[in-house]
Design a protein around this ligand. Structure first.
Ligand code: ASP
Ligand code: MG
Length: 416
């Protein structure tokens, strides 16, 4: 069997859904299809959750937008025939939820609402496939993807999930399953999620549990490129990568695949394909076990919204291991993600993800022991397989705040 995963952009309107169905139809064997919420509806639901949690009436306008966006797609798919009842039941459930009073746990409430993006999306697609006369089974993945109760960042219970997936995906009755990415549930059946963009990970969980022949992620790019084409020109397509290379790239900030996707596939030796839903006949990129050496071009990965924090001891003492330990522990407690560190005798440089962090609060605590200097709005550029030429070009183009080189990887913190 194989696993296909389609992201939001691949099902953003009726024409896109029809294209996805063509891709599904071209596969003859047993297939599990994982689909995300349509278009940008997860972003829209995030605004709905904020309004709901803060008891704002605006929640009803956002709810209407969410509903109408899908009703337009339904009209484009089903026309006069109208849509089977299932999706309207989901809208009513969500409406009912919005009429109840929120608890005090934001992350819990988030997961109970955000799941409707994927539930509605998969319901529409499954019913559409049925309406065209093709048998398929809609599966609520929450019945088998079991997690702990860390809402918004749940940890998977692998053994239990594997058993349930093998039980629920019985390919005897149906050869096609349509299910959701991103969502799961606790022992007590509360909805949880695996973190934003987590559907790729779901596809890998299903693929590894069923020992799939391959997992394919269908995207709006031809495959994995040497840089994000929206940010850099002259990108080249990479046809083959090792799991390790793919983990390094995605961990450094390449958004093409969720970084957690590779581990389960690597451990079972299952190839991961990244393919274009616009040009399905093209081979795309294959990530698999590679024993031979392959030549890769310099690969650029950009991570934006970084802050550089430089700490030096108030008493002019030298930065010691215990300083590093203390500061890292403190930042971890504050849920700050450190992306790079560098130290000299007097300075400890920390680069961190500063998208939502409360820098003021952090600085006020650290300033008891350290002088603090900082710069915000920086981008961390990672260059895998760098050449001297590429580094020279980079230095000419940008103001560099910090640099770190290893054998294969150069990392530079630059101003936009
Ligand atoms: N719909 C979710 C998101 O946009 C999950 C996913 O697409 O992978 O984050
Ligand atoms: Mg999505």
């Amino acid at each position: 069997m194989k696993v296909f995963k389609f992201g939001g952009a691949s099902v953003k309107d009726a024409a896109a859904v029809k294209n996805v169905f063509e891709i599904i139809k071209s596969e003859n064997g047993k297939l599990a299809v994982v689909v995300s919420a349509m278009g940008k509806s997860t972003d829209l639901l995030e605004t709905l959750i904020k309004a709901y949690f803060n008891n704002k009436d605006e929640k009803w306008t956002i709810f209407s937008n969410f509903k109408n966006y899908h009703i337009d797609i339904i009209a484009g798919l089903f026309g006069e025939k109208g849509m089977p009842q299932g999706v309207y039941e989901l809208f009513s459930e969500l409406e009912h939820k919005l009429n109840t009073r929120p608890s005090f746990d934001y992350n819990f409430e988030y997961d109970q609402i955000i799941c409707y993006g994927e539930l509605v999306s998969t319901r529409i697609i499954s019913d559409y496939i049925t309406a065209t006369g093709h048998k398929n089974t809609w599966l609520d993945i929450r019945t088998c993807l079991k997690t702990d109760d860390t809402f918004r960042d749940a940890r998977v219970d692998w053994d239990w999930t594997g058993d349930l997936i093998r039980k629920e995906f019985g390919f005897n009755g149906s050869t096609l399953f349509i299910t959701q990415g991103f969502i799961g549930s606790t022992t007590t059946n509360l909805t949880t999620t695996l973190g934003r963009e987590g559907s790729d990970f779901t596809a890998a969980i299903i693929g590894s549990s069923l020992q799939a022949e391959s997992v394919a992620i269908w995207k709006d790019v031809p495959g994995i490129l040497s840089a994000d084409p929206k940010k850099m020109s002259d990108t080249v397509m990479i046809s083959e990568l090792s799991y390790k290379e793919a983990v390094e790239m995605t961990h450094s900030g390449a958004k093409v695949i969720h970084p957690k996707t590779m581990q389960p596939l690597h451990n079972k030796g299952i190839p991961l394909l990244v393919k274009s839903f616009a040009e399905p006949q093209n081979p795309g990129t294959i990530i698999h076990k590679i024993d031979h050496k392959i030549e890769l071009p310099p690969i650029f990965i950009l991570k934006e919204n970084q802050v550089l924090i430089t700490l030096s001891a108030l008493d002019f003492s030298i930065i010691s291991i215990s300083d590093i330990e203390r500061v890292v522990k403190f930042l971890m407690e504050k849920l700050i993600k450190v992306t790079l560190m560098q130290q000299s005798a007097i300075d400890l440089n920390i680069v961190a993800d500063a998208s939502d962090e409360n820098l003021e609060e952090i600085f006020s605590e650290l300033s008891a022991d350290y002088h603090i200097r900082y710069n915000t709005g920086l981008t961390l550029v990672t260059i895998r397989h760098y050449t001297e030429e590429v580094l020279d070009w980079m230095v000419k183009e940008k103001d560099i705040y910090l640099e770190q080189h290893s054998r294969l990887t150069a990392r530079m913190l630059v101003k936009e």
